[in-house]
Design a protein around this ligand. Structure first.
Ligand SMILES: [Zn+2]
Length: 162
């Protein structure tokens, strides 16, 4: 059975206890920006329920033009005010570097990506860089930001001092 078939079957079960529709504006007025890592089950990690928060994920949980696009909509249209960043230990982005990834893609496909992978070595420094980029953005209404690092070995979240 393909993974997607198992997922569709799992959804049949899950929908049986679905809590029902919620308002489109997140109830806890929060947007989470997190890495796409498969070991971070954000709803459990942060105690979130359906309808509580926006969740914006990408490789590294980095602040890109598209992250800003989503946060701008989140704040201006859907009323969120707090931003929680979730980076983590043992991130895939620590396993390569920007030039190395571009080389890898170019060798495999013949095309060098025009964007940077945004790799990093120091996770705390990367969280602070994300906070800096958010603070520099002129489009956001609120810059109430909490940066964190999730430990994939213990399940614990640690706040990063700005
Ligand atoms: Zn990651």
């Amino acid at each position: 059975m393909a993974e997607y078939e198992q997922m569709l079957a799992a959804n049949e079960e899950w929908a049986k206890s679905f809590p029902g529709s919620k308002p489109v504006a997140p109830g806890r007025k929060t947007a989470v920006v997190a890495c796409m890592d498969s070991r971070i089950p954000l709803f459990g990690v942060l105690g979130l329920a359906v309808g509580d928060a926006h969740v914006i994920r990408n490789a590294g949980g980095v602040i890109t033009e598209d992250t800003i696009r989503s946060l701008t909509i989140s704040q201006h249209v859907l009323g969120t005010r707090e931003i929680v960043l979730v980076h983590h230990t043992d991130c895939g982005l620590q396993k390569t570097d920007d030039a190395g990834l571009a080389d890898l893609v170019e060798q495999a496909t013949g095309h060098r990506p025009p964007w940077a992978a945004r790799t990093f070595t120091d996770v705390d420094a990367d969280v602070r860089e994300s906070i800096r980029l958010l603070n520099e953005s002129p489009y956001l209404l609120s810059k109430d930001i909490c940066g964190t690092v999730y430990d994939v070995e213990t399940g614990r979240l640690r706040q990063v001092e700005p």
